[in-house]
Write a protein that binds this ligand. Structure first.
Ligand code: IFM
Length: 463
């Protein structure tokens, strides 16, 4: 285990409530490995990653960071960091390997053990039911293009809720359905790799329907006070000039990037102009769907990494896993290894806009973090001062939100440890814990040390 360094500056005017969730986040396919063990069957990501040319250098999640076998040690690492919460995802193909039907006891047992280990360490579990690893068997029946997948998902949610609902107090139905729909079915950058915008909208609708169908079933199986929500990747849109054309494009980007999922969830409608932007027909919405989708949630999970800037300048970097918007070079400040502009004020602006326009009962930052080119130094440490600055500045933005009395309940740093970054494979490191992918050794980076000391200072336990 890495010893924590005592001398990191954690000074920050940060009036966070004592019950604020300070956590780290991960997802099953990105960390677990063991893809063929204990009854797990393939997901769309196993197939996608095995397809030449889809993932950087042919990397796959077959081993990932071996969390499936190292779970107790990884929880001990979290305890060492002092986090009071942990966001993880449950692999549907581990729990119901063919998507419907028989439950795989060994798969469910793993998450049961994880939850118990977390609780034994004083760490509150926040479980995500779907973080992109659709069972391949369901994809072979149409995947998210097939309405039946939404019903299968609700059954899966019930299975998991029945087993873990007595101990898990925070749940997310989906992580970033925008990515699952657009990157998976529209741009093809993610599994299952389709490139058809009308399909992306169909998939998006069925993902939303799945969310709406699962909510009451989870509600019935969880303890009173359990918090149910969904995580959306959101980026506030800024304009570089006042030209009418710029404003028009910004409005389209806002609709596509943010309102595609926000409006159905909070208003029960799709935003005007969403489908027309792509000359696509509306998805097949049936009577009652929008009411289910707009059922109240207890919190909105916000995944914030960067902003969007209009107009688009050629030759600059895409935001949000290859979304349609790019940053204007005129506004360039600093970029992460993903090519995403570092813009902490965007988090404050985004939360203000969300509260003004959608009034979520509460917000949790379910992801925020940065990829940088980290190296293991000769001193055996991983020095990542840019990530320390990134995290500090985003926490500072949250402090302003809290000072404005907005109901912000928690912050989950993406990610606990370096892992499989989807189409980028192991080539991008987001962790506050460095992983030597050859040996699976974990080393807490300077940012992890900083976060640990910051959390301790919040509790009044820092030296
Ligand atoms: O690694 C991903 C995560 O799975 C979803 N949100 C964005 C992260 C960084 O790209």
């Amino acid at each position: 285990m890495t010893a924590l360094q005592p001398a990191l500056d954690i000074t920050l005017a940060a009036p966070f409530p004592p019950d604020f969730l300070w956590g780290t986040a991960t997802a099953a396919y990105q960390i677990e490995g063991a893809t063929r063990e204990d009854g797990r069957l393939p997901s769309i990501w196993d197939q996608f990653a095995a397809t030449p040319g889809k993932v950087f250098d042919g990397h796959t999640g077959d081993v990932a960071v071996d969390h499936y076998h190292r779970m107790p040690a990884d929880v001990a690492l979290m305890a060492q960091l002092g986090v009071n919460s942990y966001r993880f995802s449950i692999a549907w193909p581990r729990v119901i390997p063919t998507g419907t039907g028989a439950v795989n006891a060994a798969g469910l047992d793993f998450y049961d053990r994880l939850v118990d280990t977390l609780l034994a360490n004083g760490i509150a579990p926040l479980a995500t039911l779907y973080h992109w690893d659709l069972p391949l068997a369901l994809h072979e029946r149409g995947g998210w293009l097939n309405r039946d997948t939404a019903y299968a998902y609700a059954d899966y949610a019930e299975t998991v809720g029945r087993r873990l609902g007595d101990r898990v107090g925070w749940w997310l139905t989906h992580n970033e359905p925008w990515c699952a729909a657009y990157l998976g079915y529209g741009s093809g950058l993610h599994a299952p790799g389709l490139t058809d915008m009308p399909s992306a909208f169909v998939a998006g609708h069925h993902l939303l329907l799945a969310h709406g169908l699962a909510l009451p079933r989870l509600r019935a199986l969880t303890q009173p006070g359990t918090q149910l929500g969904i995580s959306l990747n959101l980026n506030p849109v800024y304009t570089a000039d006042d030209l009418p054309e710029t404003q028009r494009i910004a409005e389209e980007v806002e609709i596509f990037n943010n309102r595609w999922f926000l409006d159905p969830i909070f208003r029960g409608t799709y935003p005007d102009g969403l489908f027309a932007q792509f000359n696509a027909p509306p998805p097949p919405v049936q009577d009652g769907d929008m009411t289910l989708i707009a059922a109240p949630i207890d919190f909105l999970g916000v995944n914030y990494y960067s902003r969007s800037m209009v107009p688009i300048h050629m030759g600059t970097n895409p935001v949000g896993n290859g979304s349609a918007t790019v940053i204007s070079s005129e506004h360039q400040t600093d970029y992460t290894d993903m090519g995403w502009e570092i813009y902490p004020p965007g988090l404050y602006d985004l939360l203000h806009t969300l509260h003004r326009d959608y009034h979520p009962a509460a917000v949790v930052i379910t992801e925020n973090g940065a990829a940088f080119t980290d190296v293991l130094d000769g001193d055996g440490q991983v020095h990542d001062p840019r990530r320390v600055d990134y995290v500090r500045q985003h926490i500072q933005a949250m402090a302003r939100v809290i000072a404005d009395a907005m109901p912000l309940k928690g912050y989950f740093l993406w990610s606990l440890m370096d892992n499989f970054e989807w189409a980028e494979g192991y080539n991008k490191r987001f962790g506050i814990v460095y992983v030597d992918f050859a040996t699976q050794e974990r080393i807490i980076k300077t940012s992890g040390q900083w976060y640990a000391r910051f959390i301790a200072s919040q509790r009044g336990t820092a030296e």
